[in-house]
Design a protein around this ligand. Sequence first.
Ligand SMILES: *[C@@H]1O[C@H](CO)[C@@H](O)[C@H](O)[C@H]1NC(C)=O
Ligand SMILES: *[C@@H]1O[C@H](CO)[C@@H](O)[C@H](O)[C@H]1NC(C)=O
Length: 389
Amino acid sequence: MFSLKSLLLVYLAVASWKSLNNHVTLKETSPKYCLVRQNTLSNLISCLDAFTVSRNFYDASSYAAAQPTNGEISAWKTIIRSMLDTNSCDCSDIRVPLVLAHLYTVTMFLDTDTSRKFCVLSEITTSVHRNYTKGWGLMIVPASAKHISRPLHISAPHPQADINTPQQAGAIFSLVGAHSLLISGRFRSAYAVGTDCVLPGRSQKRYFKTDPTHDIDEPFSVANQVIRNWQNANGGCPSQSCAYVQLHGKGASSCAADTIFISSGLGTSPSSLSWYQNTTLDIPARRLRDEARSVFPTWTFSLPSDNPKCSLTATGNVFGRLVNGVPETDVCVSEASALTATAEFIHIEQAIVARQSNVYEKWGEVFRRVFRTSCTGRTVEDSKTGLCM
Ligand SMILES: *[C@@H]1O[C@H](CO)[C@@H](O)[C@H](O)[C@H]1NC(C)=O
Ligand SMILES: *[C@@H]1O[C@H](CO)[C@@H](O)[C@H](O)[C@H]1NC(C)=O
């Protein structure tokens, strides 16, 4: 049936495919490969996602070794601030502090999808296989302040566990001209030991030390705090244009009635429910629900006040608590209340269908409608992209 020639051709094809594959695998074992080889933001994020520290990776000693020292944490804060301040168009005004220079780099990255330049703070080394040595996170900002159209800060705290949320966060960040993108570098159960960040006596089992939404020692949490302090020192966070948005993924069976469940970090107590319903308050999460309902008419969107039975309210989220007025020293032990809530925190739980790349453009549309541009000194808004020019 087969001629010798066609068999030989098949053999050659397989052999060359295999050698090509080996070649690629070799280079792909370093995160630097992603920075050099990818040319779109979305491919860069997917490429780096593969270096997320895997579930159950750490034991007590390897976790301790991967946590920042005091010197490293203060350098980490410095570099996060420099990222937010950058305005040189080529990232040359961002200096990686010496103590971090062997671990992290800042790279100017040209996204060929949008022809815009970004500064990428990313880890450059691995420990075992393709696990980042540290896993403190990835941060991306526009290289020029003129490409910030809205003071929005988008984040994905649960890479891999909440499938596609880093990629979706990156897409929304780019489509709305947000100020920052932050993605954790560790699987939420990379160290599957309960966090200490709980009310004394409460079970520590539910959330892990490497889950940055429930642990304040995670560098992702520290970065969130720096971002909020920076925003407060630079114009604050006006509800018409600004928010801190966390993207999450939910399983089909949790809060199954909702495709998307949106929370501001308050739960379902009577005072919280009436806060969500109080129309004299300008609550971006509520605007988001309303615009999303019109852009995605076949999906179900709820706030806690629409579906009080859903427990995905994020009342335990440490950054949500901070943004909603709980003092920094109390975020592990105190829930936020309607008395101090700011509405600046938006927590979005989504079914898998809402995290697919075919709806990213529509999410961009939702966010552009919900948040006004603040094109200071650049009065023009591009009618096609909805971004400052
Ligand atoms: C991380 O290391 C573990 C071994 O501890 C390994 O099973 C896993 O595949 C590694 N992750 C990656 C992305 O290589
Ligand atoms: C709604 O919010 C306003 C402004 O904080 C407050 O004065 C009013 O009492 C609230 N209304 C209800 C029904 O809670």
